[in-house]
Design a binder for this molecule. Structure first.
Ligand SMILES: [Zn+2]
Ligand SMILES: [Zn+2]
Length: 316
């Protein structure tokens, strides 16, 4: 590229990158306004007695803190990408690039993949290879065109957090949905009595009225939509499926199987949330494994070996 053709595409890319933050900005503005409406208009101006005011403020701030914490962890976690072991070694890479026939390229990939823990294939039965990143894709790894990288255990690219949801932040994402719906539920449950009082004109028309009526509607709307997304993801966690796998079953050496990674409900939950219950409710990393390999039902290994792998993963 000559500098004259590079400049506009660079500017375009910067512009696109800035635009990607618009949904995050929107969420932050809504949360910022909800904070003002709840703390100032409801708690300061509308609630008449101190005991109620203080208890509402304490509960509200606890849920807000957990919600913001898990939201920013989801946004701030860099997606995990495959380690160097999944790149072709120098000699094989040269061979691969010189080779023009797809079958011969597959033979090279097969040879390298023999030493890697990859058990899934493309729909056609070939080794999964990313041409952009030039790596053999680990199981459950997918290339994200927005992030321009391969993401381990990719779930989906989420515009609301402007980040890929995958191995590195899936737990944070589920907690973000849980705390966001709890935050909305707390608002709805505490605002409703004042909502009714304003609606039925038991309270005078003040500027607080507009904020409180609107606050209840917005919180109820977000609660319903986030709760349905949360239920879907809890179901996915229980089934050990990613959103991508729910739409297209992963293909193993002996065919597609949408439950190929499922190890039973409790084991599936531990894989995402970790085996120490004290960390489950906090957005700190406690998922099991390292994201490159997953125990599958279809790989025939004896139970002893499977157990030692699970324990190893637990330690990591
Ligand atoms: Zn890639
Ligand atoms: Zn992405």
């Amino acid at each position: 590229c000559s500098p004259s053709t590079m400049a506009p595409s660079h500017a375009l890319r910067c512009c696109k990158r800035a635009l990607n933050w618009v949904p995050v900005l929107f969420i932050n503005l809504v949360v910022g306004w909800s904070y003002y409406a709840y703390v100032v208009e409801l708690c300061v101006y509308t609630i008449p007695n101190n005991a109620e005011r203080i208890s509402y403020l304490v509960i509200f701030h606890i849920f807000l803190a957990m919600f913001i914490w898990s939201y920013w962890k989801t946004i701030g976690s860099r997606p995990a990408s495959p380690s160097k072991e999944f790149c072709l070694p120098r000699a094989e890479k040269d061979l691969f690039e010189r080779e023009e026939r797809a079958e011969a390229q597959q033979e090279i990939l097969k040879k390298v993949a023999r030493n890697l823990p990859v058990y899934t294939r493309t729909a056609g039965g070939a080794i999964r290879y990313c041409d952009h990143c030039q790596i053999i894709k680990p199981d459950r790894c997918h290339h994200c065109s927005t992030c321009e990288m391969c993401v381990l255990k990719m779930d989906h690219h989420c515009p609301w957090v402007n980040n890929c949801v995958g191995f590195s932040n899936y737990k944070y994402f589920v907690l973000f949905l849980a705390y966001a719906s709890l935050y909305c539920a707390v608002i709805c449950a505490t605002v409703i009595q004042y909502f009714i009082k304003f609606w039925t004109k038991q309270l005078p028309d003040t500027h607080a009225k507009f904020h409180i009526l609107f606050l209840f509607f917005v919180a109820a709307l977000f609660f319903i939509s986030i709760l349905s997304l949360l239920s879907y993801h809890l179901w996915l966690v229980g089934k050990n499926r990613t959103t991508i796998e729910a739409f297209r079953a992963p293909v193993f050496t002996n065919g597609p199987d949408k439950s190929g990674f499922s190890l039973g409900f409790s084991r599936n939950v531990t894989e995402v949330f970790g085996d120490q219950a004290k960390y489950w409710i906090f957005p700190v990393f406690s998922s099991l494994g390292e994201g490159h390999s997953f125990v599958t039902r279809l790989v025939h290994i004896d139970p002893e070996q499977a157990n030692s792998i699970l324990q190893q993963n637990g330690k990591v």
